[in-house]
Design a protein around this ligand. Sequence first.
Ligand SMILES: Nc1ncnc2c1ncn2[C@@H]1O[C@H](COP(=O)(O)OP(=O)(O)OP(=O)(O)O)[C@@H](O)[C@H]1O
Ligand SMILES: [Mg+2]
Length: 259
Amino acid sequence: MTRILAVTNQKGGVGKTTTSVNLAAGLAQSGMRVLLVDLDPQGNATMGSGVDKRTLKASTYQVLLGLATAESARHRSESGGYDLIPANRDLAGAEVELVELEHRESRLKAALQSLVSQYDFILLDCPPALNMLTVNGLVAADAVMIPMQCEYYALEGLSDLINTIKRVRQHLNPKLEIEGLLRTMYDPRNTLAQQVSAQLQEHFGDKLYATVIPRNVRLAEAPSFGAPAVSLDRECKGSQAYMALVGEVLNRKGIAAPA
Ligand SMILES: Nc1ncnc2c1ncn2[C@@H]1O[C@H](COP(=O)(O)OP(=O)(O)OP(=O)(O)O)[C@@H](O)[C@H]1O
Ligand SMILES: [Mg+2]
């Protein structure tokens, strides 16, 4: 069974893309067949996977509007070891153009149907907004992974996201689950981070991943090499944390992580 995970948080810069590319590469290193879909006009997941967003013939934009099939838009991330449906700023136009179309919330789900069975995991890197692109991600997904920074406003934004997930569940995708909340860019010496982390633990219990992603400069440098950090430097603290996350994600799917 394929597991489709939407990596979502409407807050910007919380580590969605870093999580998407490293999880994709880490799962691939563990022998999983992985597809990453870039749902963000910024195209950061595309560049971070080593695919040039400026030279795309077909991308998520064409796929959503029915101008290209998912198969024909598919690229290979050689550095990451996974397949990628890339995106660039064309996708910003999709928001407006989708409004005119029927079943506009389920375009991605329909487009992916033909290749779902080729993968163990499909990851959807969502943009920092609760817009039609994110809704397409939530409708196509089995579950949501929420990266977040442990800071004061994090919890406030979380309730908007949880409400959106509830609405999508009611109207469009009843089986949508919360896969987990992931603490990113974590600094254990920061007292506020500790407090927010404790609150998350209290509210979300085992929905909170035990793995915590530390602030690590290797994770931030990796995109400039067009490769996920877990492919470039498996030993750095950030990569080790993402590989531990891979273990948790595999466990939740009932697969024993390789040693
Ligand atoms: N654990 C980390 N340690 C250090 N830097 C990080 C870490 N995670 C992410 N970063 C850096 O923080 C910035 C934001 O991360 P990222 O692009 O993954 O967030 P995002 O949620 O996808 O952002 P956006 O909302 O714009 O799509 C990037 O420059 C990234 O390299
Ligand atoms: Mg991003």
